[in-house]
Design a protein. Structure first.
Length: 186
């Protein structure tokens, strides 16, 4: 796994995009602070930039670097979640502008997956994570279901967990600074 972390890190550091296993489904990712890399993902997915993507993080320090204010309810949800949960929070900073939604929010998920956690530790920045499909097509649940267009369109494919089935997409909960909580996907 260490070799794959180093290879993925080198690609991300140079502004490339990777295809990688996450704690949910296979994802397409890049350095969340690199607007050009983010634009490459939008282009590959044929996705409008108005549809934001999420970022993966590996701890409180990274969360506070991106979100100055984190409602207490966000921590409570993260503490009680027994499955991967994406929280959409307001007013992110220190990420590429083309990642931030029109309503000035950004989805983020804390990861437990060892590969993602260690890659984030090395990168020291959030990692974009979006499902490995063309926008509007079904989310692939296994590596074999990922289209050749996506595989050929990334700069590096992580060589881990290709045979094992993926999990399910994460739950998504939006928490506004006004403390309004809205469940987007269970």
């Amino acid at each position: 796994m260490q070799e794959e972390i180093l290879k993925a890190y080198e690609v991300l550091k140079e502004g490339g995009i990777i295809l990688y296993p996450t704690d949910t489904v296979w994802g397409i990712g890049c350095d969340a602070t690199n607007a050009e890399a983010v634009a490459k993902i939008y282009k590959l997915k044929q996705r409008q930039e108005s549809k934001s993507m999420i970022v993966l993080m590996n701890g409180e320090k990274m969360i506070y670097n991106v979100f100055k204010e984190i409602p207490e309810v966000a921590w409570e949800i993260l503490d009680i979640s027994d499955k991967p949960t994406t929280l959409i929070l307001d007013n992110p900073r220190n990420v590429a502008a083309n990642l931030i939604a029109e309503d000035k929010s950004l989805g983020m998920r804390l990861v437990k997956d060892p590969f993602c956690f260690k890659l984030l530790e090395r990168l020291k920045k959030p990692l974009v994570s979006t499902s490995a499909n063309i926008s509007g097509k079904p989310t692939p649940l296994t590596y074999k279901e990922i289209s050749s267009e996506i595989i050929k369109g990334v700069d590096y494919v992580v060589n881990l967990q290709r045979e094992s089935p993926a999990g399910k997409p994460s739950s998504i909960i939006k928490i506004g600074n006004n403390l309004q909580v809205k469940i987007i996907r269970k």
